[in-house]
Ligand binder design. Structure first.
Ligand code: MN
Length: 246
């Protein structure tokens, strides 16, 4: 039994609230469910929100203890490249995580960097759980990509079904892959594109309800197939949410 958590983006308080609402106990300093339920993360732990490093710490801890599963998002991938010393633009939210890192001592920096590298390097491109009946991929996945881990699949699971074109606001054009998803064997849980309400269509669900933009933080319970949300403590930025005509 799993509780899959949408894009957190540094919203540590909301994450804690959500796990408590789901019945997890924090008396040990990290969330444990009395019935042995496991958490799973769709990625994008950091950037834009107030406590990115606290989110890394806790996810590292519970994944290491076998209490949770993690698969990276595009923001996770960028932070990894930043830690590798690659040239990445400190924009689109990475600047807030970098500001937190710059406030650390050298020792603290080295420690969080090594934890993050370990978490990321051990993470699969996407998670396949419940005998493949449940697949968790940051931006979603086509049914014919399940089982593959090549570059094309990596781009899809991190960025979605992008065309290479840009919208007038500069954001990348993304095709609505979920609307065309016909896979019957696997139920897909994903995030990446903020929506005001979790969007359930064709055995897929988008649970990025834009917490960092003042929406909600949402969990999807499997096998119950129920969503549980908590409200955000961040300011509401309505233009960041996408709507679909289903
Ligand atoms: Mn995101």
């Amino acid at each position: 039994m799993y509780d899959i958590i949408g894009d957190i983006h540094g919203c540590y308080n909301e994450f804690k609230d959500l796990t408590e609402k789901l019945g997890y106990n924090w008396s040990e300093g990290y969330p444990i469910h009395p019935d042995g339920r496991k958490l799973a993360f769709v990625g994008d732990l950091t950037d834009r929100g107030p406590y990115s490093l606290k989110v890394i710490e806790i996810v590292y801890e519970i994944v290491k203890k076998g209490l949770a599963y993690y698969t990276p998002g595009n923001h996770c991938d960028k932070l990894y490249r930043y830690f590798l010393g690659r040239k990445v633009q400190e924009t689109h939210g990475l600047e807030t995580t970098v500001a937190e890192l710059k406030a650390l001592t050298k020792q603290q920096y080295a420690l969080i960097r090594s934890k993050y590298m370990e978490l990321y390097e051990n993470a699969p491109l996407y998670l396949t759980l419940a005998e493949k009946k449940l697949v968790i991929a940051h931006a979603g996945i086509r049914s014919d990509y399940i089982g593959r881990t090549d570059k094309r699949v990596k781009t899809f699971v991190l960025y979605g079904d992008i065309t290479g074109e840009k919208n007038p606001d500069g954001s990348p054009v993304r095709r609505d892959w979920a609307k065309n998803y016909t896979g019957k064997k696997s139920f897909i849980v994903y995030g990446h594109t903020p929506v005001k309400e979790a969007r359930l269509i064709n055995e897929t669900i988008n649970i990025d309800t834009g917490c960092v933009f003042g929406g909600k933080l949402t969990a999807f319970r499997y096998p119950e197939k129920e969503t549980v949300s908590v409200s955000s403590q961040q300011p509401f930025v309505p233009e960041k949410f996408r709507s679909f005509d289903d």
